[in-house]
Design a protein around this ligand. Structure first.
Ligand code: ZN
Length: 189
């Protein structure tokens, strides 16, 4: 499933590779939207580290975060959705970058058809499943100094696994996170 926000990820990735003087590699090809499937329990996170910024794009089945995948219909569902959206918008509770990088959250862009957020893929509403996507842009003084990013997505009830794809000036790599391993290590391979 391809959404507008993932299209933006592809563009950001392309510019990161251009800056690093690298031709897109097989690893780069894996960052393209085909890698994102709707599997309950699993979310994907794309991290692009540039010269003065870190951009993090998250995509998750809505079920992982709020336990259902339709527009909220009861007070309890509306409350759960509002609480989750508020947490996601705060940013710092979801992605915490190593302070050595001097990053400040610039913007949070959320998109979900079921929750009426942003500009989601119009076809999503017909599938019986629903996603939520988020793009977090950080302005950073020295992004290359970041050794890690802590991911707060496991505070949500049904999140079991996060696959993180990182594109940094020193390379591209994948990290697999779970409730016992919530940190994306940025050094080494
Ligand atoms: Zn689903």
């Amino acid at each position: 499933m391809i959404t507008i926000s993932r299209g933006r990820v592809a563009l950001v990735c392309a510019s990161a590779f251009a800056m690093a003087g690298l031709a897109p590699s097989p690893a780069a090809a894996q960052m393209q939207p085909a890698a994102h499937a709707h599997v309950h329990g699993i979310a994907t996170v794309d991290v692009v580290i540039d010269r003065a910024s870190v951009t993090i794009s998250m995509s998750s089945p809505l079920d992982n975060l709020i336990g259902f995948e339709h527009a909220p219909q009861t007070d309890a569902e509306r409350s759960a959705a509002a609480k989750t959206v508020a947490t996601l918008k705060q940013g710092s509770q979801v992605f915490s970058i190593d302070p050595a990088a001097g990053c400040k959250l610039k913007s949070v862009d959320l998109s979900s058809a079921a929750l009426g957020l942003g500009h989601p893929d119009a076809s999503e509403a017909e599938s019986g499943h629903a996603d939520i996507d988020g793009t977090y842009e950080f302005a950073c003084a020295q992004p290359q100094r970041a050794q890690y990013i802590d991911v707060g997505l496991f505070q949500f009830p049904h999140m079991q696994k996060v696959t993180a794809q990182v594109a940094a000036p020193h390379g591209q790599f994948v990290r697999s996170l779970d409730p016992a391993q919530r940190r994306i290590a940025l050094s080494g391979r």
